[in-house]
Design a binder for this molecule. Sequence first.
Ligand SMILES: Cc1cc2nc3c(=O)[nH]c(=O)nc-3n(C[C@H](O)[C@H](O)[C@H](O)COP(=O)(O)OP(=O)(O)OC[C@H]3O[C@@H](n4cnc5c(N)ncnc54)[C@H](O)[C@@H]3O)c2cc1C
Length: 406
Amino acid sequence: MADREHIIVAGAGPVGAVAALAAAQRGFRVTVVEANAGIETDNAPRAATFHPSTLELVDEIGIIDEFVSAGLVCRYFDFWDKTTGTLVARMDHDTLRDDTPFPFVVQTEQHKLVRIVLERLRRMPEVDIRLGWSVDSIEQDADRVTVRIGRDAETEVLTGAWLFGCDGGRSTVRKALDIEFEGYTWPERFAVLTTLHDFEAEMGCSYRAYFADPDQWVNLFKVAGDDMRGRWRVVFAARPDQTDEDALGDGHAAKVMSAVHPSAGTRSLVHRNIYNVHQRVAAAFRAGRVFLAGDAAHVNNPIGGLGLNCGVHDALELVHTVDEVAAGLSGAPLLDRYERRRRPINIEFVQQQTVDNKRRLEEKDPAKRRERLDDLARISNDKEAQRAFLRRTSLLDAVVRAQEID
Ligand SMILES: Cc1cc2nc3c(=O)[nH]c(=O)nc-3n(C[C@H](O)[C@H](O)[C@H](O)COP(=O)(O)OP(=O)(O)OC[C@H]3O[C@@H](n4cnc5c(N)ncnc54)[C@H](O)[C@@H]3O)c2cc1C
């Protein structure tokens, strides 16, 4: 394929890595600039849930088999009432059999996606991977974007046709463009305990199980781990007045875990972390030749596992867009379409659902709580309602909606 325009990708998190691979596969020359010198491991637990709509994109970039075999296939998705220890609803992704070739969720840790993608990128001659280099500043004119990158005392200047800002929630690219990150930060932080305790064996829950409780909701999900032996993540909200040490300490951790199942103690804990949670969307997703994608463009609470999925959708939409422009299709309206599609989709599907998911789990009003749980039970008992529910939660509807936006 003839040499095509040069794309600079800021950040090799999952979104930047996927965008870089998709662009390189379309013949673009790509430079990936990543501030970290190495790829993360189990020691930095982050997202792991990949929904059917995103698996279709993982398939599009040609890595689906390797990706699925690095994780766990989850057909079911549970809602429990933690106050009574009872299963309220079990959603079956197989009801999406006619909607997608992937009627299941795959729980593969995001660092494994990055590892798989970078291995592919390293074999591509038109790709330059700069690990340990940071994007420091940006300039642009009508024809090109100029990016200054640095590593220790070294600096270099790159020029490209496009810059993809995939550099995460604290995005240097977004700040350099002076784009507002509109929204708010929740007062409570989310804590994650990783344990070898087997909740499925003990209580028969699915690999993704959400536990509603007005006092302390909990989410459980299972991942394979780097050793592929399996481990569970226990997610809960720390009280705003609680210190990190208290929220993650043995006393509180034991209380949280044993409230899910009495046999779950702290002995099997292998990792603990805590982080701030936001609901924010960038005021613009493009400025000239620079685009924002993934967490650089939007962040949300992790209940529903939607943020990273939406970011991967951004990545493919962005590459399709610049591909069409490079092929000579109309420039500015097409470039604007990226924001026209991705920004409202994030607000309508990701921000709304994640806020609603959080409210559902923490609802304190007894009548509303009953209503919400009854609603989930009703959905799980009606195949069409369940299909509609899962089409929305797995972003299949978001894909259709985005395609409708011209
Ligand atoms: C602690 C934590 C736990 C999370 N847990 C969950 C979860 O359980 N479920 C869930 O759905 N989501 C979770 N998330 C959110 C999820 O991890 C993100 O949505 C996802 O990582 C977004 O991918 P990304 O590629 O857009 O950004 P990132 O993964 O943040 O990647 C951005 C990359 O850019 C690099 N970078 C930053 N600045 C520069 C620069 N100036 N130059 C070059 N490179 C730069 C960074 O080093 C990083 O590698 C969590 C997030 C955090 C922080």
